[in-house]
Design a binder for this molecule. Structure first.
Ligand code: SF4
Ligand code: SF4
Length: 349
C-alpha cells in the first residue's frame, strides 16, 4: 500500500503511544535469551533481538485455552470474540511465513473459529532480518528470509531511520497523525534496495540440495537406516516441537473438579515426539518407537504439509536445532538423507 520513512528517534514515542491505546507484545530480554511478552513501554522492547525461545505463534495458538465449561448438564462454550487488538511488534520474516502457513491450515476445511478470531484481532509489525538469527538458521534455503505480503507494517532498518512498508489499512491506522513519518524520496528507495541487496551475502545456504526436492527425498528415504540412528539418540523430550513456529498438534483435556459435577475442557499444545502421543484405545501405540516418531516429524515438515497445504512445514528458523540436547537438526537430517540417497543411487549404477 505504500512506503513511509520513520525517524528512528520517533520509534520509542510511537511504541509508547501504541502501548497506551492497545495491547502490544514483542521481544524482551530474559536470562540471556529473548521471549515475546507484553510491552508496557518502548524501553522494554528489544527490536534488534536475535531469535525468541517461543515464536509469536503463542498469541494466536496459546499453549492452553479453555474451550467449554460444564456444570451438571449445563455446558457453556467459550466463544472467542473480537476484542482489543494485539499488536505483535518485531516479528521476523521466518515467523511471518510460519503464521502464513498456520493461516492456510486453519482457514481450510473445518475452519477454527478460535484461531480466526484471534487472528482478526492481531496486527503484525514485522521487521526485515539483516543477518541470520543463529548458527542454526537456514531461512535462505527455505525462502523465508524476506517477505512481500502478510504484514500490517514491515520495518527495514536504514540506520538512522526505518523504512515502513504499509501492508494493510490496520497498519496504516497505526501511523495515523504521526508527524515523524514522511513520504520516501527516490534516494530512500535506493537505500532500501541497497540494504536488502547487502543482506543476502550474509545468509548462507545450508542444505546440499534445493528445497523443492525435499518431498521426493523424503519419499525415497522412507526406509532409511537413518531414522533408527535418530531414534537411538532422541530423548523424546519434545523441545523441538514445543519451540517450532509451524507445529500445531494439540490435545483435548477434560478437567473435572472435586465435586465431580463441574469442570472444563481445554486445548493444549501436544507433541508427536512424546512416547504417549500415539497411544489410542486399548493402550495400542501406533508410533511406538522414537525412530518412527522422528521419521514422522520430518515427513510432516518436508512432505505431508506440502501435500496437504502446498507449503513446506518448516521455515528454517533453527529453533529446534538450538533446543535439542542431542543435536538432532533438520539441516543434518535432510543432508544425511540426501547423501545416503546419492550413495545408494551411485551403487545401483
Ligand atoms: S522444524 Fe525447526 S527449523 Fe523448521 S520451523 Fe520448526 S523449529 Fe524452525
Ligand atoms: S528436542 Fe531432540 S531429543 Fe528432544 S524430542 Fe526433539 S529431536 Fe528428540
Amino acid at each position: 500500500m505504500g512506503l513511509k520513512i520513520m525517524q528512528k528517534a520517533a520509534f520509542p514515542g510511537w511504541v509508547n503511544r501504541l502501548c497506551a491505546s492497545c495491547r502490544v507484545v514483542g521481544p524482551k530480554p530474559l536470562h540471556g535469551q529473548y521471549v515475546f511478552d507484553d510491552i508496557g513501554a518502548a524501553e522494554e522492547l528489544a527490536i534488534d533481538y536475535s531469535t525468541s525461545v517461543l515464536p509469536p505463534k503463542k498469541y494466536i495458538l496459546p499453549q492452553r485455552e479453555e474451550l467449554l465449561y460444564f456444570k451438571g448438564d449445563q455446558i457453556e462454550a467459550v466463544i472467542e470474540e473480537a476484542s482489543q487488538p494485539t499488536v505483535i511488534m518485531g516479528v521476523h520474516t521466518c515467523d511471518m511465513h510460519a503464521i502464513h502457513f498456520l493461516d492456510r491450515v486453519y482457514e481450510q476445511g473445518y475452519t477454527d473459529q478460535h484461531y480466526l478470531a484471534r487472528r482478526e484481532n492481531t496486527i503484525l509489525v514485522s521487521i526485515e532480518c539483516l543477518r541470520p538469527c543463529t548458527e542454526s538458521s537456514f531461512c535462505k534455503d527455505m525462502g523465508t528470509l524476506s517477505i512481500t505480503e502478510g504484514f500490517d507494517l514491515h520495518l527495514t532498518d536504514l540506520g538512522d531511520e526505518y523504512a515502513v512498508d504499509i501492508g494493510s489499512e490496520k497498519g496504516e491506522a497505526l501511523l495515523d497523525n504521526l508527524e515523524e513519518v514522511s513520504d520516501p524520496t527516490s534516494e530512500d528507495y535506493q537505500r532500501v534496495n541497497r540494504v536488502i541487496a547487502e543482506k543476502w551475502p550474509r545468509f548462507h545456504y545450508k542444505l546440499d540440495f534445493d528445497v523443492t526436492e525435499l518431498p521426493s527425498l523424503l519419499t525415497a528415504s522412507a526406509n532409511s537406516d537413518y531414522w533408527g540412528e535418530l531414534g537411538d539418540r532422541c530423548l523424546a523430550c519434545a523441545m523441538c516441537t514445543n519451540v517450532c513456529p509451524t507445529c500445531y498438534c494439540f490435545n483435548i483435556v477434560d478437567e473435572v473438579d472435586f465435586s465431580l459435577n463441574a469442570g472444563q475442557r481445554t486445548r493444549q499444545w501436544d507433541s508427536c515426539q512424546l512416547d504417549e502421543f500415539a497411544t489410542v484405545a486399548g493402550g495400542h501405540n501406533f508410533r511406538e518407537t522414537r525412530a518412527a516418531r522422528q521419521r514422522h516429524r520430518f515427513f510432516r515438515k518436508g512432505k505431508y504439509q506440502w501435500e496437504a497445504h502446498g507449503l513446506i512445514g518448516c521455515v528454517g528458523c533453527g529453533r529446534c536445532a538450538e533446543a535439542c540436547l542431542v543435536h538432532i537438526t533438520p539441516v543434518d537430517t535432510f543432508n544425511q538423507l540426501n547423501l545416503r540417497r546419492r550413495k545408494a543411487t551411485a551403487e545401483v549404477k
